[in-house]
Design a protein around this ligand. Structure first.
Ligand code: HEM
Length: 130
């Protein structure tokens, strides 16, 4: 069975590596055009995905079923489409504008699912593991 928690944690640390490398590149080249991409890889990728992963660790029951899978799928797909689309947009090549809009909708939908998941998990009597 796919572990939503493990996969979020893995994608989170990989995002940190990519986001920080982009930060180093920006500093070394004194080229800050992609600053919003760097910020979003670190915050949507690293910070948010690590938090999602840790949440599913704290509430293991919340990680079962189709809802967390849909949350994971929409988060990852939205993130992987948004980052290159945003980069191209900032480089004055808005080639993927419709895809970018679609990815933003996916990310908001994934957060909506996460809101439902968190409310369901925190309304149960069963205590969290942390
Ligand atoms: C090796 C680690 C990192 C390096 C070398 C780095 C480098 C940079 C650089 C060069 C800038 C642009 C500064 C400027 O415009 O004057 C920046 C902005 C920023 N960084 Fe990082 N960064 C790193 C890690 C992180 C992490 C871990 C986060 C968040 C979790 C983060 C979030 C941001 C944000 C929010 C901005 C502002 C973006 C904006 O103004 O549009 N950075 N970083």
């Amino acid at each position: 069975m796919i572990s939503v928690s493990n996969n979020f944690l893995r994608l989170g640390v990989l995002s940190a590596l990519v986001g920080m490398t982009l930060g180093v590149w920006m500093g070394a080249n004194q080229d800050f055009v992609l600053r919003p991409v760097h910020a979003h890889i670190n915050l949507l990728g690293f910070a948010s995905m690590m938090l999602f992963g840790l949440f599913y660790r704290a509430f293991p029951a919340a990680g079962r079923g189709w809802l967390p899978l849909a949350h994971f799928g929409l988060s990852v797909l939205g993130f992987l489409i948004l980052m290159p689309s945003l980069a191209l947009m900032l480089l004055q090549k808005p080639l993927f504008l419709p895809a970018m809009i679609a990815s933003e909708i996916m990310l908001v939908a994934s957060m909506f699912l996460f809101v439902v998941i968190v409310f369901m998990a925190t309304m149960k009597k069963e205590p969290a593991t942390v």
